[in-house]
Structures are given as structure tokens and as C-alpha cells.
Ligand binder design. Structure first.
Ligand SMILES: Cc1cc2nc3c(=O)[nH]c(=O)nc-3n(C[C@H](O)[C@H](O)[C@H](O)COP(=O)(O)OP(=O)(O)OC[C@H]3O[C@@H](n4cnc5c(N)ncnc54)[C@H](O)[C@@H]3O)c2cc1C
Ligand code: SF4
Length: 427
């Protein structure tokens, strides 16, 4: 049987592994190890916060190993999952179909989405669990004409305890993440190689013959007839560059900024995060307890249950680049303009629930939806294959998104990975 090496086990990688195993003998190579949710009690974090010991978001790895944080040149903090299941293990469980930009290239993903909705549990049934503050905020959004809508969630609602800890790992297994696809791939015979980082694609003439890796046992090569790169929006461009394939400086990340205030009894942290969203032109608004800001931003020094927070998630311009050494992600003036406008709306929402405008504060500017560094174009609608890549190398993760979604991308990445897998199976 032909051998396929899949790099990365997140949304894209796990999907391809599940789809290809059987027709190919698949090996998934993952830089991270087994995923474990954040177990430290939040009351034990409290003294560290108070003592100012949590001064740099990159320290998160000491508390919670699966979460990797790096700093872009400038102010933005970049979040990704380095673990089996990739960044899907850190998701807020939002399940949106966001393929308008892809459809505009002539790629119809209807069949893939139909399959996804049969395979992944998606629900909006969490509404009846919303707390008083969430309901009030929802009504305020409605009254302001912001058209909020409950967000569909990737979860088995019956198993969900409404704990609000989705982004630091689900302890009940209620939240879907891509480890469920990996499990199916492994049950069908796929191999998993963890804690092993791919440094580059190994070439034999014009074709790829495997990947060079570094793991616990040192350096080696894993051979493959087909290589699928799905190391995420920060990992894939680096592997390609190290293999002599240049990406484009068109990185987008969907920056997130929270606008918060003290609000005794808010208890937003103990409820499903991002219960609803308001879709606006170039950004979305939601409610969101931001653990990152709570841990690392000095303004968020209030007790965990006494903070109300709204989120702006921006569809940023495709400007920025990832290299082995750093990530550059400038916000251009039009990004700033929309961010300022959205921030002002959030301050107004908070004012309408009785919070003094002058008492609001911001969170850490962060982002966790990297992609678009090798964007699909019209010319690739049939092949899903960039001419920059060797014939037997494909990219199947957020890197190929044509432009920023400004919205949760997991389902769209899974759909793209399914389409690529189908083409590979038909080859
Ligand atoms: C806090 C947070 C919340 C989010 N919430 C949502 C949400 O609710 N809904 C939603 O749709 N999206 C959400 N997202 C975004 C979503 O999780 C990601 O966009 C998606 O998982 C990206 O899929 P991917 O396949 O491109 O990469 P990833 O899922 O990031 O997978 C890439 C994998 O490759 C591995 N890797 C990297 N480099 C190498 C290497 N050199 N060698 C081997 N392996 C490597 C990584 O360890 C990782 O496991 C969230 C993101 C964050 C940070
Ligand atoms: S709210 Fe808690 S139990 Fe429910 S899916 Fe999220 S982490 Fe899991």
C-alpha cells in the first residue's frame, strides 16, 4: 500500500488521516504530545496573579502545556495548540460554516458539509442554560439592532456540564475535537508519531520522498509517497520555507480583543463561552470570558466571577508573514478602524447594562486563527494543489484559506481537508 505522511493532527491533519487511511498507509507526525486539560485549580493561580508572577502570556506553557503562545512583532499574542488534536482541543466549540470566500473561487463544499453534519455533533441547545447576565446581554444586543444569534456548538450537549472551560480543555469529553477523527484513523490502522517535529520535506528529484523529523530519539526521515502538510497556519509555512517553498506574506489571524469591566456576580467564566454572536461587516461581537487576559493582564485583577467581558473578533487584512524566527502581523489602518468601531459598540453595550464607560478596560490583543499564507485561487479550484508544491505534496489546513474568515474556521478547514482527501483517493 502507498504510504502517506500527514504532518499535524489538528482540524486539517486528523481529517485527512481519517479519510485516507485504508487507501494509503497513513503516518501522522505530531509535534505535541497527548492532550490533557488544564487541571490547576483557579484558586491556586490567584496568588500568582496577585504577586505579578504571570507577567508574560508565553508562561502559559508552564501552566498548560498544550497551549503555545508566541508574540508577533508588535503587540499581538498568538495562540495555537501544540498537542494531539492541535488547536481544536482549545476551541470554544463554535461550529460555523464559513465558505463564502471559497465558493467564490468555484469550490462547492456542500457534499463535504453534509458529511460533516452527519459525523460531528452540532447543537444550539445550550440556550436554555444561559445565565441571567448572558440573557441580559443578548437582549441588549437585540435592542441595539446588533442581530445576535446563538452560536452552534461542536458538542454532545448531554455530557456538557456548562463549565465554561472549553479553551483550557474539556474535562468531560463533551466537546468535539479532532482527536475523534484521529481515533478512527488509528482504529483503521494509521500510525501516530507524537512529540516529533517535522523540519522539512525530503526531496528525490522533483518529488517528495518523505519528511525529516526530530523527536525524542533524535533526527530521522519518515518515508512517504504522499506528504500532506497540515501543521497549522504557523507551522505549515515554516515547513514549506525550510523545504525551499515560499509562501505569501498574506497571513491573517482573526485578532481578538476583549472589552471588560468589573461586574460582581457575573460568573461568565462558569458558562459556555461565546454563547451567541453578532455578525457585523468585518468583525463579530460576542460575550467571552478571556482566560488569557484574566491570567496575564494586570487590569483583569478582579476575582474571576466578577468580570463581564465582550469580545471583538476581527476579519483582518491579509498582511503578515510567518518565518522560522518570527511572525509579523501588523494591523493596518483599516483593521484599526474596525477594531475601534467595534470596541466603541462594546462599551455602549456595557453602558446599557449599567457599567460606567470610564470603568471599562481592555484585554490582551490575541489571535488564534492563523492561515492564508498559501491561499487557494481560481486556478486551483479543481486540483486544490498549489503549483508551488511538488506534485505529491498537498497542504490541507488553514494555510490554504483564501482570506480571513473573521469567524471560527474549524468546520471550513475540515470541509477543505475532506475535499483534498477525496481528490487524493480518486487519483
Ligand atoms: C483559544 C482558541 C479558541 C478557538 N475556538 C474556535 C472555535 O470555537 N471554533 C472554531 O472553528 N475555531 C476555533 N479556533 C480556531 C481553530 O481551533 C483553528 O483555526 C484550527 O484548529 C486550525 O486547524 P489547522 O488544521 O489549520 O491547525 P491546528 O489545529 O493548529 O493543527 C496543527 C497541528 O500541527 C502541529 N504541528 C505544528 N508544527 C509542526 C511540525 N513542525 N511538525 C509536526 N507537527 C506540527 C501542531 O502541534 C498542531 O497539532 C480557536 C482557536 C483558539 C486558539
Ligand atoms: S462547557 Fe465545559 S463541559 Fe461543556 S464542552 Fe465546554 S469544557 Fe466541556
Amino acid at each position: 500500500m502507498r504510504k502517506a505522511v500527514v504532518i499535524g493532527s489538528g482540524a486539517g491533519g486528523a481529517t485527512v488521516a481519517m479519510e485516507l487511511q485504508g487507501q494509503y498507509d497513513v503516518t501522522v507526525v505530531e509535534a505535541g504530545g497527548e492532550f490533557a486539560p488544564f487541571r490547576v485549580s483557579l484558586s491556586r493561580i490567584e496568588p500568582l496573579r496577585r504577586a505579578g508572577l504571570l507577567f508574560d502570556a508565553r508562561l502559559i506553557r508552564l501552566l498548560f502545556r498544550p497551549m503555545k503562545i508566541r508574540r508577533a512583532e508588535g503587540e499581538m499574542v498568538l495562540v495555537s495548540g501544540r498537542t494531539l488534536g492541535g488547536t481544536t482541543t482549545l476551541s470554544c466549540a463554535n461550529a460555523l460554516r464559513c465558505d463564502h470566500g471559497i465558493a467564490a473561487l468555484g469550490i462547492n463544499l456542500d457534499a463535504e458539509f453534509e458529511e460533516i453534519y452527519r459525523q460531528i455533533p452540532v447543537t444550539t441547545g445550550h440556550m436554555q442554560r444561559w445565565g441571567a447576565l448572558t440573557r441580559r446581554l443578548y437582549e441588549t444586543f437585540q435592542a441595539m439592532g446588533l442581530n445576535p444569534a446563538p452560536l452552534p456548538k461542536l458538542m454532545d450537549l448531554a455530557a456538557c456540564t456548562n463549565c465554561g472551560r472549553c479553551i483550557i480543555g474539556c474535562r468531560t469529553g463533551a466537546k468535539w475535537d479532532s482527536r475523534r477523527f484521529l481515533k478512527q484513523a488509528v482504529a483503521a490502522g494509521a500510525h501516530l508519531v507524537t512529540e516529533t517535529r517535522v523540519s522539512r520535506i525530503v526531496m528525490n528529484g522533483s518529488r517528495a520522498s518523505g519528511v525529516a523529523v526530530r523527536g525524542r530519539t533524535g533526527h530521522r526521515t519518515i518515508a512517504g509517497d504522499l506528504i500532506v502538510v497540515a501543521a497549522g497556519g504557523f507551522g505549515t509555512p515554516v515547513i514549506l520555507q525550510e523545504s525551499g517553498i515560499e509562501c505569501q506574506p498574506s497571513l491573517s489571524v482573526d485578532p481578538v480583543l476583549c472589552i471588560a469591566a468589573e461586574c460582581p456576580g457575573a460568573n461568565q467564566h462558569a458558562e459556555i463561552s461565546m454563547p451567541f454572536a453578532s455578525q457585523q461587516d468585518g468583525y463579530i461581537l460576542s460575550t467571552y470570558f478571556d482566560y488569557l487576559s484574566f491570567f496575564f493582564h494586570p487590569a483583569w485583577h478582579y476575582p474571576i466571577g466578577n468580570i463581564v467581558s465582550l469580545m471583538v473578533k476581527l476579519a483582518d487584512a491579509n498582511e503578515g508573514a510567518v518565518t522560522r524566527k518570527n511572525v509579523s502581523k501588523p494591523l493596518i489602518p483599516s483593521d484599526r478602524e474596525r477594531l475601534d468601531k467595534a470596541t466603541a459598540i462594546c462599551v455602549e453595550v456595557l453602558a446599557r447594562i449599567g457599567i460606567d464607560r470610564s470603568q471599562t478596560f481592555l484585554g490582551v490583543l490575541n489571535a488564534g486563527h492563523p492561515g492564508c499564507s498559501l491561499p487557494l485561487t481560481w486556478n486551483e479550484a479543481q486540483t486544490m494543489h498549489s503549483p508551488k508544491l511538488p506534485a505529491n505534496v498537498y497542504v490541507a489546513d488553514a494555510t490554504i484559506l483564501p482570506k480571513s474568515l473573521g469567524n471560527p474556521p474549524i468546520l471550513t478547514i475540515v470541509a477543505l481537508a475532506k475535499r483534498i482527501s477525496r481528490l487524493l483517493k480518486d487519483r
